[in-house]
Write a protein that binds this ligand. Sequence first.
Ligand code: NAD
Ligand code: UFG
Length: 339
Amino acid sequence: MAKILVTGGAGYIGSHTCVELLNANHSVVVVDNLSNSSEEALFRVQQLTGKSLDFVQGDIRDSTLLDQVFAQYSIDAVIHFAGLKAVGESQQIPLAYFDNNIAGSISLVKAMERAGVFKLVFSSSATVYDEANTSPLNEDMPTGMPSNNYGYTKLIVEQMLEKLAIADTRWSIALLRYFNPVGAHQSGQIGEDPQGIPNNLMPYVTQVAVGRRQKLSIFGDDYDTIDGTGVRDYIHVVDLANAHLCALNNRLNAVGCRAWNIGTGNGSSVLQVKDTFEQVNGVAIAFEFAPRRLGDVATSFADNQRALDELGWVPRYTLEDMLKDSWNWQKQNPQGYSN
Ligand code: NAD
Ligand code: UFG
């Protein structure tokens, strides 16, 4: 079993991945600066699994700290989640995004190189695809210039890692292009806990359901989709977490850099999500239609065949499961980790 460094492991996707890693008997070291998360998530990960992990509070841009971590622990591979992810904020404070996401990733891979660790799984995003592509999106389609600075940082880091793996064949890198992660661990003990007003659909819906927000604004009702609202590929966070274990496994005996889409391959509209949430959970979601959100595309869903074929990964959870689990987390933790 391997020793895995998980950057950003206290966050939403990171904490779920820690659970799956520990359940698979890997040992886990988390480096997180807690800028968008709580250490409580890591306590709960350990409670859920009955296993312990090592936590180092710190920033991936701190190379001294990273050197200490690599010196102290005999790390086999790194899963790199740490970064900022709010699309709107990235337009207001681009330098913070360039520094955290791009300089942070450079700092990490330099420390990995110094330590002789060359296996890396990177959190990328479907946002790197050129908007002119038609869904289902596959990995051979061209990437484009993302409409926001957050997406731009993902594209730059992807390209940087690709060039690194060409220049130095010791590297073995997986780029996982996530579609729309939602849901929570079935226990309801860990889940998504955004700070402030949620940017994303699912936490907004669950916060309306729990009474923290009055009503959902549905951004656009005139897209060329099944019902006029935007279509996305929602993926259960536990399925997504497991994709990281499959990617690690794939990279054990491989070199080079390769991208995989991580989505279910199914598109659901905003109205379908809202209606299904109401049906499976028996809770009404007040809503209104609002103008389209700048930068949104009508439809985005994955062709996930490459991940199915090459990673041996199979998503198990349905949209109903995702919506039940999101609600189970939110109703048990109305204020997230700050209960
Ligand atoms: P999150 O904010 O919950 O987790 C990110 C974690 O990284 C947080 O715990 C935060 O405290 C930590 N962090 C941020 N900057 C850091 C730094 N410089 N040093 C150390 N720790 C730092 O976000 P998430 O939803 O779990 O996303 C994880 C990764 O997946 C991110 O890279 C994100 O961009 C990417 N991603 C997320 C989505 C999504 O919709 N959630 C979609 C595509 C890609
Ligand atoms: N939406 C609403 N109301 C809201 C929030 C969202 O109607 O309050 C709609 C959006 O317009 C879109 C859909 O719900 O049609 C999904 O929106 P999200 O913000 O949840 O997700 P996005 O698809 O916009 O963005 C996600 C990630 C990004 C990533 C992108 C790449 O949050 O990190 O996917 O596909 F870059």
